[in-house]
Design a protein around this ligand. Sequence first.
Ligand SMILES: *Cc1c(COP(=O)(O)O)cnc(C)c1O
Length: 383
Amino acid sequence: MKKPVYMDYAATTPVDPVVAEEMCRYLTIDGVFGNPASRSHGFGWQAEAAVENARKQVADLINADPREIVWTSGATESDNLAIKGAVSGRDNPHIVTSIIEHKAVVDSVRWLEAQGMASVTWLKPEPDGRIRPDAVEEALQDNTVLVSLMMVNNELGTCTDVAAIGERLRSRGVLFHVDAAQAAGKMPVDVRTMPVDLLSLSGHKVYGPKGIGALYVRRAPDVRIEACIHGGGHERGMRSGTLATHQIAGMGKAFAIASQSLDEECQRLESLRALFLESLAELEGVTLNGSETCRVPGIINLSFRGVEAESLMLGLRDVAVSSGSACASATMEPSYVLRGIGLSDEQAHRALRFSMGRFTTEDEVVFAADRINEVVTRLRGVR
Ligand SMILES: *Cc1c(COP(=O)(O)O)cnc(C)c1O
């Protein structure tokens, strides 16, 4: 059987073959398998050199200093560390975040709230999924210690202007955490021009391996966060645990490739997006969820009038898509992100997310659009 067309790059990306090859060099007896924390022999020094090389590669993509990068197990852990670490030990802290953040942020903040460790203002986004800088500013209180917002929403592809929001926070001494898991490698992310203090990254959204991520922690002005995972004091005490050299080397390589190919890849995905939407133009009652203009090209969230997303997905067996985030699709609940931008349960149940990436071809896009045309028309005809 032919493999389905993969249109779920926002859930995860395949590891780039060049990255996979690189990772294999850090595992076996004839490779660099040492513990990067071993100071007494060359096995350790070589592994440490590989880790520091990767740290620079990841830092370079966001224009950071390598000393500002803390390795974690993924963006979920980075979000937890940033949020819990910023609030820990503060007196009566207040957090500002939004109702359409990734679960890793929503649930971390909700946990702090439930424990009585923080009070929270939950912002509602604009109908296009963006958070207005004014709305953030209006939510600030004297005891606000942290604002946490995502740069690109994983279900909509919509971008929030985090640079503008950061400008408003800098003068007030409020820490700003940005989940950039869906932004890195898809649009420019520059922490020198963006006033953010903490920024989450994931390996597997950028053609690196799963189970590795990083948290950017600003050095100037110096940002202090408490650790969540205690142990050997690795990563300057912020995240203990033996560093996963092969994962780290893989994420480094993946981010280096992303740095080189960013512009070209954006343009290519822009034209694939245009081709996809053109190929669906004949179909009536298709609406785009999220912003038309402030968005990354690779994520397209569409609602189909009169068609249940579940039925459409079943009909599209040869196209791998999702009706929202991978985390929420185990339940039959409509997406809280789509509900959060004001869609009714019914409208949310008619939405599918199509996401494309490095290995998506024109043929695949046209094939997917043809299948969608066919299945939507058939499903509408039945009623
Ligand atoms: C995928 C994703 C995460 C979680 O990243 P993991 O590395 O899988 O833990 C967090 N935030 C956003 C926006 C994501 O897209």
